[in-house]
Design a protein around this ligand. Sequence first.
Ligand SMILES: Cc1ncc(COP(=O)(O)O)c(C=O)c1O
Length: 396
Amino acid sequence: MTATSYDFDRLIDRRPTNSLKWRRYDPDVLPLWVADMDFAAPPPVLEALRQAVDHGVFGYAIPTRELAEAVAGRMQRLYGWQVGPEMIVATPGIVSAFAAAARAFCRPGQGILVQPPVYPPFLSVHATAGLVRQDAPLAQIAHSQYVQYEIDWQVFERAFHAGETSTGMFLLCNPHNPTGQIYSRAELSRMADLCLRHGALICSDEIHSELLLGESTHIPIAALDPQIAARTITLIAPSKTFNVAGLFCGFAIIPNEELRLCYRKTLETMTLHVNSLGLIAAQAAFSGACDDWLAALNRYLTANRDFLADFVARRLPGVRTTFPAATYLAWLDFSELIRAGRIQGTPYQFFLQQARLALNDGAEFGPGGEGFVRLNFGCPRATLVEALERMARALE
Ligand SMILES: Cc1ncc(COP(=O)(O)O)c(C=O)c1O
């Protein structure tokens, strides 16, 4: 199959399914919120799942050596990062994987450092593990046409051991949700150095690392240097990239054997076992057989991003958006319209009521998210156009 033959324009009706995205709101509401895409998974994944279903027996499964080799091989191929298959630990998704890391590696009462605005489960993981949250908010770069963020290094460094609480772990989101930014080698290096200096482990959520827009490239923080890798738990998954999030399968890459044993024990204690179909989908997704599908997907998402940015500039005056380097998430700033009294309440409520459009409420992403919504453009262009037209009409 050639790259051009994938049809991402096809509208697949998800309302008759049990889709969280399409069933949470009334039928007239168009949902561009929770982070899954409205596209079918790549053909090799569907074929592997079909074969498993045809086999007919769904007993307990183990992550096989071949699967670990597929994951390790992918890290080598994509990043030149030498990862042994023994370093790979399967997890039921990524939120449970970082929750397990927080329990495994932090002592109760220690701190966990996060960079809001950020994916909401980052903001609550401390509570489930008896830890203290230490925020190092990202700084918005002012006066640009786009909403852009950067690390405020003073704020970042001050967050370590804030309130006399020792920081056990830095939970990094790279690429970052919701800002869509990818950290550069220099930024990753500086963050890693500070973590090493302050004795904090790094847990790097890289779930969006293969959803690369335009010419973007991703660098796993652990690939920078073996000393950093020895202090890092890298989390990856096929779920966002290949649209199999509901199959709940992810991987922790833990080069440090001592940390890995401890992590495996924690997964056992928490009875975090992986769904057998998730493992099968992951093997097909990471094998390389889906790579031309992924290249076509990333081109489609890039065109959606460009369309959205252009639409916001031309048709939504007073609104600013990110121009994400990765992910299928745009982060839209309505604070100017709120100040002008053109939007009452939160933009999330406004668009739900006035446009019958379901987005994510920026306030749920923590400090700095107020006045924003997150929009998921992982959908056919026609759906995106309809959503943006609804926004424009609501603001007229
Ligand atoms: C940064 C990030 N981590 C984790 C997840 C969810 O992972 P899972 O469904 O595998 O728990 C998401 C989903 O949107 C995400 O954006």
